[in-house]
Write a protein that binds this ligand. Structure first.
Ligand code: NAG
Ligand code: NAG
Ligand code: NAG
Ligand code: NAG
Ligand code: NAG
Length: 500
């Protein structure tokens, strides 16, 4: 009701409206100039990029907004006085305690928001309450706690005097909405959480907060062998989907407008929406490769730079690219690609060229210190038929990230010796080249010759001792995260079963 009367008030004064129109045209012109970039920065890595280097990486590449998955002190401190706006996340595990106690929410805001704003000058603008809590894969685990947690955090923000400055939102997975007609105009919220979604949206709206949704064309493509590949990209090469007077040539627009239709249908047509995550991984499965990642992300960036909205929402949403850097300790439950979403490798080196704002190219991380240039490889004396070999490589890959070795991945074409070398080296580097980390029953030797080839990177890890201040805080909680991307965009599958 409140929303609807507000809309009517705005529409009522037509003189005011035409001035607003002129003003917004002018402002859009201005926005074109200054519009920045937003991205997600996760830290589930065995060797996280030191926070101050990562913040410089953000600045050098024109990012002025960043989303963190939890209140990691080191990244937050490094973001202080950086000119970068911050969305700080609350992991799903905290939803229950925060829902159960207003005092817990007050403490969370005090420790994780107020103190960073006042003591470190961090420009926190949003708190993301939970991460895709209504994913079907979670089997309703967070359905009862998300809304009360949101309410308590909002109340705590107001109590802390931050009600205007910091908005609480909930990053939702794309499967909270769907379309029965198979077209974006048929969009509505999932039946099992329909009332809950309406309550949350009403609450967000009353507090002047946006709705946040994650959209993953890659997952649509990866989950459905019949998905029309071109429709995942932005080059207009796909056979269009015609929805009444609107023609869709890419799935991001179709998906986003499905949400807008759902909002319209329920009386929230002007609800502001943020895209909290969107991107394309570069490794781990055949569709996740450098070419596709570059193509998708460049197309996405070009849309952002040209302030392009969607047919139903011409004003562009804030879009948080997923992600800044790779994270080698993320859960691979969603797939091996999960560790390869970065536009940069884990160490801030460039994966593929991208045209950034004003035609500038990507700038890599500066001042990164590495372990010594030594790789652990299979010894030339060792035999492929050595009975210890399978056990040794399995062991290495249990404690290190071997997701690039899979079928269709960047190191998937290595011969058996190089494949084993890759596993041994990953273990050796992950263990910080520790003494004894390259001795697998005499199967291995150290070499100073880089075994990398044809797009397959034999890593040398970042040294965590020579960057000055060691980023230790936050390391301990890293293993506990719940996988965030078990997303199957049912809406998209529906659209394409309907269309093709
Ligand atoms: C602040 O956030 C961290 C990271 O999510 C969490 O471990 C900690 O418990 C929070 N503080 C409070 C007082 O809840
Ligand atoms: C980047 O910009 C240059 C110069 O404008 C252009 O030649 C090149 O094709 C662009 N690359 C991509 C991937 O868009
Ligand atoms: C490569 O290594 C992985 C992990 O150890 C293993 O599963 C796979 O079978 C190996 N492939 C070849 C061709 O040796
Ligand atoms: C490794 O090689 C050394 C020297 O050839 C030998 O003495 C030792 O027993 C070997 N160790 C294993 C575990 O095979
Ligand atoms: C790197 O940090 C880990 C813990 O985070 C520690 O166990 C290891 O010894 C450190 N390595 C170096 C070379 O300092």
């Amino acid at each position: 009701m409140i929303i609807q009367s507000r809309i009517r008030e705005n529409m009522g004064s037509s003189r005011c409206f035409s001035w607003l129109l002129i003003l917004s045209v002018i402002l859009q012109g201005v926005t074109l100039e200054v519009r920045g970039l937003a991205c997600n920065w996760g830290s589930r890595a065995s060797h996280p990029l030191p926070a101050r280097i990562a913040v410089q990486l953000l600045k050098d590449n024109g990012f002025d907004k960043v989303k963190l998955f939890e209140a990691d002190p080191e990244p937050l401190k490094a973001l202080g006085h950086s000119g970068i706006q911050v969305m700080v996340g609350i992991p799903n595990e905290l939803l229950l305690p925060l829902a159960s106690s207003i005092q817990a929410a007050v403490n969370w805001v005090s420790q994780n928001v107020s103190s960073f704003i006042s003591s470190y000058g961090v420009d926190i603008r949003y708190v993301a309450v939970g991460n895709e809590p209504f994913l079907k894969a979670y089997k309703d685990m967070f359905v009862k706690t998300t809304f009360p947690a949101l309410q308590n955090i909002q109340a705590a923000l107001i109590k802390a005097g931050l009600g205007q400055r910091v908005k609480a939102t909930v990053p939702l997975n794309g499967d909270v909405y769907q379309t029965d007609s198979g077209l974006p105009s048929g969009g509505d919220f999932r039946a099992d959480i329909h009332n809950l979604m309406i309550s949350i949206i009403k609450f967000l709206s009353n507090n002047g907060a946006p709705l946040t949704v994650n959209i993953y064309p890659f997952l649509s493509l990866d989950a459905d062998p019949n998905f029309p590949v071109e429709f995942a990209f932005f080059d207009g090469a796909a056979s269009p989907v015609v929805d009444g007077s609107i023609t869709y040539t890419n799935v991001l627009e179709a998906n986003f407008d499905t949400l807008i239709s759902a909002l319209e249908k329920n009386g929230f047509g002007s609800m502001p929406v943020i895209i909290g995550e969107v991107g394309w991984p570069s490794d781990g499965t055949p569709n996740a490769n450098i070419q596709n990642a570059r193509r998708f992300n460049q197309g996405l960036l070009n849309r952002i730079f040209s302030s392009k909205g969607t047919p139903k929402r011409p004003s562009p949403p804030d879009i948080y690219l997923f992600a800044l850097i790779d994270e080698d300790t993320k859960s691979v439950d969603p797939g091996n690609f999960e560790r390869h979403w970065g536009i940069f490798y884990y160490d801030g080196t460039i994966k593929y060229p991208l045209n950034m704002t004003n035609g500038k190219s990507l700038v890599p991380a500066k001042g990164v210190k590495y372990l010594s240039r030594h790789w652990c490889v299979m010894s030339p004396q060792a035999s492929l038929s050595d009975p210890n070999l399978p056990g040794a490589t399995t062991y290495a890959c249990t404690y290190a990230d071997c997701t690039s070795l899979g079928y269709g991945s960047s190191c998937g074409n290595l011969d058996a010796r190089s494949n084993a070398s890759y596993a041994f080296n990953m273990y050796y580097q992950t263990k910080d080249q520790r003494e004894g980390a390259c001795s697998f029953n005499n199967l291995t030797v150290l070499t100073a010759i880089d075994p990398s080839r044809d797009g397959c990177r034999f890593e040398i890890m970042i040294s965590n001792s020579t960057h000055g201040k060691t980023p230790t805080a936050g390391t301990s909680s890293r293993g506990k995260h719940v996988p965030s991307l078990l997303v199957l965009l049912h809406v998209l599958t529906l659209i394409f079963y309907g269309m093709y």
